[in-house]
Ligand binder design. Structure first.
Ligand SMILES: Cc1cc2nc3c(=O)[nH]c(=O)nc-3n(C[C@H](O)[C@H](O)[C@H](O)COP(=O)(O)OP(=O)(O)OC[C@H]3O[C@@H](n4cnc5c(N)ncnc54)[C@H](O)[C@@H]3O)c2cc1C
Length: 434
């Protein structure tokens, strides 16, 4: 359960009013101060927060409008969760074209952050599979946006961080699958060169690729990890999936973060060595493949009362290996970082959104327990490495990047600004525009 008005990192703390939106035909509510749509709060930092203003809680826009099981065309309101879509379409042989590492996000949130998944090198971002949506502006106008109708509003709203207006519904093209199973290989690699080699080898024949790296490793072990590549499996008639409905949960926020250098090092070493063979072949249900963390409810609580910060960057191909090596050294030396350090190659497919984050290169993502100034200073130093390489930080995961870094790495911000609804704003936007 997300606490409405918080983001997933539970940092920064903010105070805002929350107004539920449940009727897509209604006007936007009349309030003092600025508005910001809020989906399911799975963004980590302040891009889904509006300190001192109002959040339009859009989860109540949760109706399906149509689904054609022969073409895979789905129309639904913007508050429908990916988990709900999967429940509807997987038994009918369809799957989300792109999904992030949690299924508890809304369609509106997926469009506004133009989310990516493990198949970016094959499918690009979610926005590439959105055929149309309606945008409700604060002047009461409703724009039907698609690549041909109001294409400039379409491009501004995909990856537009909820600032162009409220998306009320969307039309999405799903992708065919034979069943819920994934055919998976997990490869152990010893160093970053191993990751880059495996990525290149897997690019053509595997739809989904991603790696975990041991961010606590030092010396020659630095950059070691597990590389997973997978495709949807063909139908397995005699195997009936029973996706686990039992969810473990973190019942309360512990008084201190449970993540410390010792727990981190121990976990990472055990995780790396849990696979003895260099390659393991598996057939798994799609749930643990795509959403390993969703099995643990409220896992964000383990970081304690001060919350945590996620850091996700992308660096261009030419600089990638040296840059990721430098970042990994700095993170390992700091003793900080997370259980889940994720490394992935983004492909060449361009995102349709003006402000979309994904671009060709290597992306690294990991969580840092919030130790105040020490953590913020470390992340600033990581930023310097990313900025020098010509990379960017993901706004959906960010709570602290500087305005100059945002504006340098998202140069389309100037073309985007005229599309911002005069009544809409966010904590993130005010921070990076100041
Ligand atoms: C465990 C985990 C794994 C993740 N993995 C990935 C990943 O692999 N790839 C990735 O890209 N992201 C990933 N994310 C981030 C997540 O996918 C995005 O932050 C997503 O946008 C969250 O959607 P939400 O519905 O919770 O929206 P929120 O976080 O509530 O809001 C996100 C943005 O959408 C806007 N918005 C919401 N609803 C509407 C609407 N109806 N109209 C207009 N704007 C709207 C908000 O204003 C805000 O700017 C992950 C998050 C978690 C917790």
């Amino acid at each position: 359960m997300t606490t409405i008005g918080q983001s997933w990192g539970r940092y920064p703390p903010t105070k805002q009013s929350v107004v539920a939106v449940t009727d897509r035909h209604a006007e936007l509510p009349v309030t003092g101060g600025s508005l910001l749509p809020y989906g399911n709060g799975r963004s980590y930092g302040d891009s889904c927060l509006n300190d001192g203003g109002t959040l339009l809680h859009a989860r109540g826009l949760n109706r399906y409008l149509s689904f054609d099981p022969t073409s895979g065309l789905l129309e639904c309101e913007a508050g429908v969760l990916f988990s709900e879509i999967l429940d509807l379409v997987v038994p009918q042989g369809w799957f989300l074209p792109v999904t992030p590492g949690t299924k508890f996000i809304t369609v509106g949130g997926a469009i506004a952050n133009d989310v990516h998944g493990k198949n970016h090198h094959k499918a690009g971002t979610f926005g590439r599979h959105v055929l149309a949506f309606e945008l409700l502006r604060s002047d009461g106008s409703r724009l039907l946006c698609s690549p041909t109708d109001h294409p400039d509003w379409f491009a501004a709203t995909i990856g537009g961080l909820g600032l162009t207006g409220l998306i009320t519904w969307a039309r999405i093209q799903l992708r065919r699958i034979a069943g819920p199973w994934m055919s998976t290989e997990v490869h152990r690699f010893k160093d970053l060169a191993g990751f880059f080699r495996l990525s290149e080898d897997s690019d053509r024949d595997y739809e989904y690729t991603v790696a975990w790296i041991d961010c606590a490793a030092k010396g020659r072990a630095l950059g070691r990890g597990l590389f997973t590549r997978a495709n949807h499996a063909s139908a397995i008639p005699d195997r009936r999936p029973a996706a686990s409905t039992r969810r473990l949960g973190v019942p309360l926020v512990p008084p201190l973060s449970l993540i410390n250098p010792l727990s981190l090092r121990t976990f990472n070493t055990l995780y790396y060595h849990r696979q003895r063979q260099p390659i393991v072949h598996l057939t798994t249900h799609y749930e643990p493949h795509f959403y390993p963390l969703d099995g643990i409810g409220d896992w964000n609580r383990v970081y304690g009362p001060r919350g945590f910060l996620q850091y996700q960057c992308v660096v261009p191909p030419a600089a990638a290996e040296a840059c990721v090596d430098q970042l990994a050294r700095m993170i390992s030396a700091s003793g900080g970082g997370s259980f889940l350090a994720v490394l992935k190659q983004f492909g060449q497919l361009r995102s349709p959104g003006l402000l979309s984050f994904p671009r060709a290169g290597t992306t690294l993502a990991l969580d840092f327990p919030n130790h105040g100034e020490t953590t913020l200073r470390l992340l600033d130093r990581l930023d310097d490495v990313v900025a020098t390489a010509g990379g960017a930080i993901y706004p959906a995961k960010d709570a602290r990047m500087s305005g100059p870094l945002f504006r340098a790495s998202f140069p389309a911000w100037e073309s985007f600004r005229p599309f911002v609804d005069p009544r809409f704003s966010s904590s993130f936007w005010r921070r990076v525009m100041e």
